[in-house]
Structure formats: C-alpha cells, structure tokens
Design a protein around this ligand. Structure first.
Ligand SMILES: Cc1cc2nc3c(=O)[nH]c(=O)nc-3n(C[C@H](O)[C@H](O)[C@H](O)COP(=O)(O)OP(=O)(O)OC[C@H]3O[C@@H](n4cnc5c(N)ncnc54)[C@H](O)[C@@H]3O)c2cc1C
Length: 499
C-alpha cells in the first residue's frame, strides 16, 4: 500500500455499499478516504433479510455488539434453514440445514456413518434432523447463545430488517469518517480502461482512485461503463422473479430459523423479525405469471382477501466475469446474485471485500494479485451455486413441470456431477469433497444434509447390502443433543435481554 492516501468511491448505499464502507474504513484507516454516493430517489432493493454465520464475523470484526445493532434492526438469531415440502418421499417431507458448529465433530460422523450405511441399503436412520444441535435449538425456539459453562461455540447467523441495517451501517460508517453524498450519478468517465470520475446529475464531478460498484442490479460502473461481461446462471437456476409480502410476527414465539417452503413453481421464504415476518415467493417467470405467483403466495399466507400490498421484483441471476476490473470492484448485486435460497449474498459481499483488501495489501494493484483474487471469487460463486443447484436437481416433487424440469436438468458443473455420482454409487462423500477442495463453500455435513434430507438414496438393486460400519445407536445421539439443548435460553427471552 502506497504512503499516499487513496480515494475510494463507493457508488450505492444499499447493504453492500455500507458494509464495504465500514470494512474499508476499519481495515485501511488513514490509508484511504472513503466516499459513498447514493441516490435516495432510486433507493435500495430492500430485501435480503437472512444471513449466514459470516455476518456475525462482520459485526465482530467491526467490534459492534449484538445489543447495539440487533434491537435497532429488529434482528433475530438464525440457526439454519428449514426446508419444507421439497420432497414427496415419505418421512422426508422436511429437513433442517443447520449452520456449522464446533459440536459437529461429535455428531456429524455418526450421521455420515448412518448415511453411508443407508446408501448401502442397511437399515440405518439417515434423516439429518436428529444429528445436529442447531436443529434442536430451532425446533425448540432456543437462542444459539452458548452459556459460559458450555465448552463449545455455536455458529449462528441473523435475520434483520434490510432498511434498518442499512441505516445502522450508514451511521456507523459516517462515525468512522466515511463521507456520504446523496446524488444521482448520470455518467461515468472512463479513460484508458480506468474510471476517472463519476458525474452527478447536478454536474458535480466525483473523482476517485478506486471505485466500488454497489449500484445493485443496474451495475452502473462495472457492467455499464466498463462493459464487464455478465455470466448468467439461467441454465441451471430457473428462478428470476420474486413477490414479497409481510405478515405479523408469530404470536406463538419467534422462530430462529428461516423457513423455505416449496411452492408450485419455486419456494417461499419465511424470515422472522421481532417486528414482522418477511415472506417472499421466489419463482420462475417461465412457469407462472406474476399474478399467479401473488395469488399462490397470498393463499399460502392466508392473505387472499387482505389489502396488504405485494412487491414484485425481478432477479438477475449470475455473476460478472471479473469482480475486479481496472480500478473498479463490483460488489453486491452489481457483482452477481445466486438467488436467495441459502441467503449467501451478504456472505459473498464480505468475502469479496476481505479478499480484495488482502490482495491490495499484499500486492497493491498488481495484475497477478488481481487475477488470483478474481479466480478465487469466481470459484466461490460457482461453489455456492452448485450447492444451490443441487437442491433443485435432487428435489422429489413431481406435481408441476417446474419441479420435474429441475429434477431432469443435466446442465450441471463437473464438480456437482461428481458429487451426485459419488452419492448414488455409494462412495465416500467426505473424500470426494476433500478431493475437490470445496468444503470451504459447503461442508460435508451440509452436503449430507441436503442429499439425505430429500430422502435421496441409491437404488438398492444396484448396491451391495454390506455396510462397512454398523449404524450408530440413535438413542445415544438423541440423548446427547437433548442434554446440550437444555443449556440454551429461549429465543424470545434472549432477544428481550438485548433491549
Ligand atoms: C428476492 C431477493 C431476496 C434476497 N434475499 C437475500 C437474503 O436472504 N440474504 C442475503 O444475503 N441476500 C439476499 N438478497 C440479496 C440482497 O438483497 C442484496 O445482496 C443486498 O440487499 C445488497 O444489495 P446491494 O447493496 O448490492 O443493492 P441495492 O440495495 O439495490 O442498492 C443499490 C444502491 O445503488 C444506488 N444507485 C443505483 N444507481 C445509482 C445511480 N445512478 N446514482 C446513485 N446511486 C445509485 C441505489 O440508490 C442504492 O443505494 C436477496 C435479493 C433478492 C432480489
């Protein structure tokens, strides 16, 4: 990093823009001057209310306590995602995808042994839900806050109001010295493949050394002015639309899981906040109209006769070829989007900024560091995408063309093909994940949960009946999980204690 202070200009004040502003100001301090330019008339997308555990790392990095930000953003704890109705297989109508925790070392091996045995046609319990503590916490509506005497950290994420989190992060960034300009940008000046300045509608010029494009799906700088190619994922992720409606918060207590319920032509999220439940039907416009989707969502929520307004959104699913191009970094929706099924968008925002800061620190603007960085980010997108595609590929619903076409889709990456082949030919899935070095995107536990959770096991006629290890005694697993869960507080009480 040069001794001279660099001007970083961030175009966009959505969650991505303000997360980036905070991270740059925090990591680079006086080495940079950070300015965020945003247009209140254009506004933010205003969805994106579920996270992975990475968001905890984000707030921890900035030194912001949960008591400071969670009540201000109507936030709740999240221990994972409950998938409902994605499989018609008896006994597999739902399953839970838990966030990883330190405790997995004790219970995941038992699950792997049983799943392996079940794949070899032994009579072994192989549904994921009895093996993981976060699943038990979600089922009992307990907060994932390990008490002091509990010897393991429990990983968790959050749900939050997108508008409130944006406002919170804006105020925090401004407190760190970030400048905030409210202007609509109408032009991007480029010379020799580098951006020199942005031009606001009042003619004001906003110069910078480095530009972060956080302008949402518009991607004003990267895809717009610099012409960075966009690589769509439409061949294996069909969803391109969403319709969103809130419902009152559950009077029976606040869930600490996102619920993903399969619908006729997609799925609905249910995200519990302290103020409301956020709901959104993510669907493929090639299979149903916006009106049909809204009617199906209203019926699902019991709002057929309600005056509550629905918001309709379009999604651009795919990624830019290079996140870092010239003196511009594309971030957030301007960089790409892999549909919201696993709530990974902000996770990628954070990983991109952290990776970019590391590359910049190590090598300045060296092309080698830039190229390594771009390769790593592209691989992350593809790795996460494959896991999400796998949900659709191994779904076991047959009622509509949407689900049948997804299950019959052969547009899979070589990596995903190898995972699916490994599973159905009864080989060791952990070994395959290690061979491909993809556990950094989704762990063996996540892959096992997904494949076993839909009740997808090989055809017994094609495999030997011999299981190499005897299945695990489930009573011991149940007892262990129940004893662990007893240590955790009720979710609503934990939320009240933050206020
Ligand atoms: C249906 C749906 C569900 C989602 N669910 C999740 C989820 O559960 N979890 C998750 O992590 N993510 C989710 N996402 C993604 C998430 O919404 C985004 O990653 C996140 O909100 C960040 O958006 P952003 O900041 O990139 O863009 P935006 O929020 O769209 O912000 C763009 C900013 O750019 C500004 N801007 C644009 N053009 C100009 C201009 N010409 N001049 C000045 N300013 C300009 C706008 O004013 C705005 O401030 C979801 C997305 C969709 C579509």
């Amino acid at each position: 990093m040069s001794e001279t202070q660099r001007n970083i200009v961030i175009l966009g004040g959505g969650t991505a823009g303000w997360m980036a502003a905070n991270l740059f100001a925090h990591h680079l301090g006086q080495a940079v001057s950070v300015t965020v330019v945003e247009s209140p008339e254009i506004g933010i997308i205003g969805v994106g209310e579920g996270s992975t555990p990475q968001l905890k790392a984000f707030f921890d990095t900035l030194g912001i306590a949960e008591a400071e930000w969670m009540p201000a953003c109507n936030a709740t704890y999240k221990t994972g995602i409950g998938f409902r109705g994605w499989s018609d297989a008896p006994g597999f109508e739902s399953y839970f995808h838990p966030f990883p925790t330190d405790l997995d070392g004790f219970t995941a091996p038992a699950f792997f042994v049983n799943a392996y045995a079940r794949r070899h046609n032994a009579d072994a319990w192989a549904h994921p839900d009895r093996f993981f503590l976060p699943t038990a916490l979600a089922a009992r509506r307990l907060a994932p806050l390990a008490p002091d005497h509990f010897p393991f950290q429990i990983g968790y994420g959050y749900h939050f109001d997108a508008h409130l989190v944006g406002a919170f992060l804006r105020d925090h960034a401004v407190g760190l010295g970030v400048k905030h300009l409210q202007r609509r940008v109408v032009d991007v000046a480029v010379a020799d493949d580098a951006v020199t300045h942005l031009v606001a509608e009042d003619g004001v010029s906003i110069p910078g050394d480095f530009f972060i494009d956080c302008s949402g799906f518009r991607s004003v700088i990267a895809q717009g002015a610099l012409g960075v190619p966009f690589l769509p994922f439409a061949s294996n992720l069909f969803n391109d639309s969403a319709v969103v409606m809130p419902t009152p918060r559950d009077p029976g207590g606040t869930n600490c899981q996102t619920i993903s319920t399969a619908m006729q032509h997609g799925w609905v999220w249910g995200i519990p906040l302290t103020s409301r439940t956020g709901n959104g039907y993510v669907y493929a416009a090639g299979y149903c109209s916006a009106d049909e989707a809204e009617t199906e969502l209203r019926a699902h929520l019991g709002l057929l006769d309600s005056a509550v307004e629905a918001r309709h959104l379009k999604m651009k699913v795919g990624r830019v070829a290079d996140s870092w191009s010239g003196n511009c970094l594309a971030l957030g929706l301007a960089q790409g989007f892999i549909e919201p099924l696993e709530a990974t968008a902000l996770h990628i925002v954070q990983a991109t900024v952290e990776g970019f800061v590391a590359a910049w620190r190590d090598g300045g603007f060296s092309p080698t560091h830039r190229d390594d960085f771009n390769r790593a980010i592209a691989a992350r997108y593809e790795g996460i995408r494959d896991y999400i595609v796998c949900h659709y590929r191994v779904n076991r619903r047959t009622g509509t063309a949407y689900w049948r076409d997804n299950a019959a889709n052969h547009e899979l990456s070589d990596s995903l093909k190898a995972i699916i082949t490994c599973w159905f030919t009864g080989r060791d899935l952990e070994e395959e994940i290690a061979r491909q070095d993809i556990a950094k995107y989704y762990s063996p536990a996540s892959w096992h949960c997904l494949l076993a959770g839909y009740g997808q096991f090989p055809d017994p006629a094609k495999l030997s009946r011999d299981a190499p290890l005897p299945p695990t005694d489930m009573a011991a697993v149940d007892d262990f999980i129940a004893r662990c869960a007893m240590n955790f507080p009720a979710h609503d009480e934990a939320l009240a204690a933050l206020r």
